[in-house]
Design a binder for this molecule. Sequence first.
Ligand SMILES: [Fe+2]
Ligand SMILES: [Fe+2]
Length: 532
Amino acid sequence: MLHRIERLNAIGTALSAETDTPRLLEIILLGAKELTGADGGSLYILAGRALNFELIHTTSLGLHMGGTSGRPVTFPPIPLDLADGAPNLHNVVTTAINEQRLVNVPDAYQDQRFDFSGTRAFDQRTGYRSQSFLSVPMQDHEGKIIGALQLLNAIDPATGRVIPFSSEDEGLVASLASQAAIALTRKRLIDGLKELLQALIRLIANAIDDKSPHTGGHCRRVPAITMALARAVNADDGPRFGTVHFTEQEMEELEMAAWLHDCGKITTPEFVVDKHTKLETIFDRIHLVDARIEILRRDLEIAGLKARLAAAGSAPAQPGDDSGGGADQQRLDEQQEFLRRCNVGGFFVDNQAREQLAAIAGQRIRLAGGEELPLLTENELYNLSVARGTLTDEERQIINNHSDASLRMLETLPFPDYLRRVPEIAGGHHERMDGKGYPRGVPAGQLSLQSRILAIADIFEALTASDRVYRKPNTLSETLTIMARMCREGHIDRELLTLLIDSEAYLDYARQLLRPEQLDTVDRARILAILD
Ligand SMILES: [Fe+2]
Ligand SMILES: [Fe+2]
């Protein structure tokens, strides 16, 4: 008995260490068989009002289905209720569940309590003889039944004959079943929390993607190319990455960082993330400027009409008379057209244009109460004077802050130990090899390999994305050529980019997520030559 208790303890220890469900099921069933000397056994998990066969093991028949066997169990689930809704008490295992108790049948062929017709049919087909049964419900820490263990044919080690399960067997299996239930429930709770965390991460990523329709799927697609490159690192046996191998947990950590890398954008105002024109704030202020020009135009018209009225008393209007302000009206039209052009990000505002803007801005509008306003406010003039693109330096800074915001937000989360580097990896996706990146601006030596992978994935996605309105998507060779140049300028990791190009790790991603016309032939030698 002492030996069996020691075995029970050893099995309990193995149960608490195991994190893989199929292996957990094997430890439970094989442990129960070993403790009782049973020839066969089944493990069932409760799903609604039915028991699913999860694992079947019969030593003498060489039968092994479910668990780690790689062969699915082909038997149908067993309903706990009969057709009329009454609890099924004809079957040993359903009785153990329905009555929440252990059921011990010394000899099925002598038993009158249960219907063993199915068992007999099985025996007839296989030549087996199913004799002694022991069914035990598995109850978790809250007393909830999660499944059952059923053992078949206890074998007397001395004679090799089938004997009934003893009361000692009952105690040992009951104890094992309760430990097993707790281990399975714990695994379920952990899996449930992991799934919830994954769903929450995707929810945040999708919310950020939805903020800007023009960079739509970025947060969703970056993880795909990140993991493709990480797998290429694992597969590579060259001098640089031959000794690097990301474990399963490190891959999980990297994928989570990829999903969350732009999470800081949640704090970036929408009009900055998606600023189409220079005067756009919450709305595009060009319409305000248009309205002010309209005031000037009408003032001119009124002045002209007043002059005509006054002149009508003395002399008739002459041809070519400009008292309606025709020349001034034309000047206003030209100014309005110029302002509209300056408002577009693609228009380059040089020094001359900037002077012209300042001159236009200084024009005064007189309101009804006599108050005067400039045609453009200081802030409007400042925004329209942006040389390239739509963003002012301050707004560019706000955008750049997102990786710092990602880092700070993620640092507040209590990541479990194996995910502790998520903030560092995610927060480093805009760092550069030459130390000119942001937010930390640290040189290559201080950047983890994972954050360099993510930086490459981030750029690859942005260059190949087809949802940017301001340009057409690059083909694969255009993308890799641009990236090779960026690499030469110190942006990204040379060895990782070489690996990406050499391994063609981008191909599956490209086939699934890019347009067919983007998949051109990549001249690897030519692009790699840019790197030298
Ligand atoms: Fe970013
Ligand atoms: Fe990004």
